[in-house]
Design a protein around this ligand. Structure first.
Ligand SMILES: Cc1cc2nc3c(=O)[nH]c(=O)nc-3n(C[C@H](O)[C@H](O)[C@H](O)COP(=O)(O)OP(=O)(O)OC[C@H]3O[C@@H](n4cnc5c(N)ncnc54)[C@H](O)[C@@H]3O)c2cc1C
Length: 317
């Protein structure tokens, strides 16, 4: 039986749903072997065995050093684990780190990488979500082992018929000299608003706010919503880059998306058009945003948004 490697960032007890999904996806490619850069307790090894994992690979002295080398250590660990097990594929989480490690591993091994996967078939065909979830495509790698990052909530986990007793393999991994060193770590300022990608309501502002996000932020706070922005607003430096919605920003799909002073360029729509209800506030009645809006308000956002916020506050009092 062929092996597959499943990379887990962290291993909680009991195992998280996300970890079980990755293991279930790995099982499609072969006997899953979990790889972790963190120490794995005996209790977790037993839980992994119950989930059908046949081996656990960790670096020698796992957890004794903080690896601040931008994931080169984790990449090295997986490369060694791959050559030791001759696994046919590696499944990683579709997180920023997961994608970074996948990319580095692909370059190192000259192997094919597929990100944003939503399904993996036993023959290695990967189904991938593209264009903000508007399409799915299928891909197969043609070089080296398959390296795939799997989106959460994509694959169903079912417990195996029989538990395994996984071996814990500790392998020596050299910590490569960092090409760059982290000299300072600063906590991101917390806004108190919900996370943009997880929020049920998002209020976004565009070039139409003309440098002042106060009406957008005020309405967001009245609704308990997250704040988003178009690239034009971000590029102008009016709001933080990590709040950009769209093709080159975040993809959101809230219950309610309010676009204020945003024209509805295709690159912005790519990040929000699957929102359940879209409300557009724009002073140009011919603005393309109205084509996808469920409710359109033609007017100056500086008048419309404060009125909406005041009305909401009145009702909540
Ligand atoms: C490769 C590439 C990637 C891109 N990625 C992204 C992306 O991820 N996200 C993104 O948003 N864009 C992206 N863009 C840019 C995109 O093409 C648009 O330029 C951008 O979305 C426009 O932002 P906007 O709607 O805020 O500005 P505009 O298109 O200038 O629209 C401003 C709107 O505000 C209205 N308005 C003005 N004043 C008021 C007022 N007082 N009250 C109400 N309405 C008012 C105007 O009528 C207008 O419709 C990308 C472009 C490229 C080429």
């Amino acid at each position: 039986m062929a092996f597959s490697l499943v990379y887990l960032d962290s291993i909680s007890s009991p195992l998280s749903g996300a970890s079980l999904e990755l293991i279930a996806a790995g099982r499609r490619l072969g006997d899953p072997v979990v790889v972790s850069a963190q120490p794995v307790s005996d209790e977790s090894v037993a839980e992994l065995g119950a989930a059908g994992v046949s081996g656990v690979v960790v670096p020698e002295n796992a957890g004794t050093e903080a690896h601040t080398n931008f994931l080169t250590f984790e990449t090295q660990l997986l490369a060694i684990a791959l050559s030791e097990t001759e696994a046919s594929g590696v499944v990683l989480p579709n997180s920023l780190n997961g994608k970074e490690i996948a990319a580095r591993l692909g370059v190192k091994l000259n192997a094919g990488v597929v990100t944003d996967a939503v399904d993996i078939a036993e023959d290695g065909t990967v189904t991938k979500s593209v264009l903000a979830g508007a399409y799915t495509t299928q891909a197969r790698v043609t070089e080296g082992p398959l390296i795939v990052t799997l989106k959460a909530n994509s694959v169903e986990y079912t417990a195996p018929a029989a538990a395994e007793e996984p071996d814990l393999l500790e392998i020596p991994v050299e910590d490569p000299a960092p090409g760059a060193r982290v000299v300072e770590v600063r906590e991101k300022a917390v806004s108190g608003r919900p996370d943009l990608t997880a929020a049920r309501i998002v209020v976004s502002g565009g070039r139409g706010v003309d440098g002042d996000f106060t009406p957008v932020e005020d309405l967001a706070d009245a609704l308990g919503a997250a704040v988003g922005a178009s690239r034009a607003a971000v590029d102008a430096g009016w709001i933080n880059h990590d709040l950009q919605v769209g093709q080159t920003g975040k993809t959101v799909a809230p219950q309610l998306y309010i676009a204020a002073g945003i024209s509805g360029a295709i690159q912005h729509k790519a990040g929000m058009q699957t929102s359940r209800v879209i409300v557009a506030v724009n002073d140009d009645p011919d603005s393309p945003i109205f084509e996808i809006a469920d409710l359109g308000i033609v007017g100056d956002l500086k008048n419309v948004l404060p009125q909406a916020a005041a009305e909401l506050r009145k009702r909540n009092d």
